[in-house]
Write a protein that binds this ligand. Structure first.
Ligand SMILES: Nc1ncnc2c1ncn2[C@@H]1O[C@H](COP(=O)(O)OP(=O)(O)OP(=O)(O)O)[C@@H](O)[C@H]1O
Ligand SMILES: [Mg+2]
Length: 218
């Protein structure tokens, strides 16, 4: 699902965020990306999502070379990937139900179907009772769960999550991981960037470790 070949990313001349990263994540796999703060985890996810371009190297996602696709095809790529990033950008003026349904609106899914699926996605993260609330009325952890519901609503081929449990208490973090497992069992490939060693151990999945932008294990 993800094939990275000798990927380098330099934001500036002095330092490299990623150096010679070659890694593969198979279709249907669930794996973690870990490493100290600044190791390059978020950068790698951004490259997969084509939010950033590598300085050198190639990345294939679902067989498509995302480093070479024309800008016009980026939206289509992104629709096939669910993302939960650290700065989860919820739309402030929309209720959380509308936030989650928004993706489907773009895909021209009929209104009733949008609502039904958005409700189901909110239910899966335990927030259906707050569906008419606005993001500002929710805690950080609740907002994060909305972002997760939004990422999953379209049953993406790939889910990228950047510290998805960072704002959550341990019980909620476990529930979210259980949800990711289910999504994975239904066929979505899952890549989770995290520092949380305990969670990684509990899950017993493959772990890719970055250190100063290089793959040191995995
Ligand atoms: N937009 C940017 N401009 C310049 N440098 C950046 C940018 N984004 C990241 N970096 C640098 O690239 C390196 C890797 O950052 P990245 O955010 O990928 O690390 P990370 O592993 O996700 O860290 P954390 O665990 O703290 O989230 C860091 O040295 C960081 O300062
Ligand atoms: Mg990060």
């Amino acid at each position: 699902m993800i094939q990275a070949f000798h990927v380098y990313k330099q934001y500036d001349r002095e330092s490299s965020a990623l150096s010679d990263v070659t890694l593969h994540v198979a279709k249907g796999e669930f794996c973690f990306l870990t490493g100290a703060s600044g190791a390059g985890k978020t950068t790698f996810l951004k490259l997969v999502f084509r939010e950033e371009l590598p300085t050198q190297g190639q990345i294939l996602v679902g067989g498509r070379n995302v480093t070479a696709i024309p800008d016009g095809q980026i939206p289509e790529l992104r629709r096939s990937i669910g993302v939960v990033f650290q700065d989860f950008k919820l739309l402030k003026r929309k209720t959380i139900l509308e936030n989650v349904a928004f993706v489907l609106r773009i895909l021209a899914v009929p209104g009733r179907e949008q609502k039904r699926r958005a409700f189901a996605a909110l239910k899966a993260v335990g927030l259906h009772h707050k569906m008419h609330a606005y993001p500002m009325q929710l805690s950080g952890g609740e907002q994060q769960r909305v972002a997760i519901a939004r990422a999953l609503i379209n049953e993406p081929m790939l889910l990228l999550a950047d510290e998805p449990t960072g704002n959550l208490d341990p019980d909620m973090a476990q529930e979210i991981m259980a949800l990711f497992r289910e999504v994975n069992a239904r066929g979505t490939t899952v890549l989770v960037a995290t520092h949380d060693r305990e969670m990684i151990q509990r899950m017993g999945k493959r772990v890719i470790t970055l250190d100063h932008g290089r793959v040191v294990a995995g």
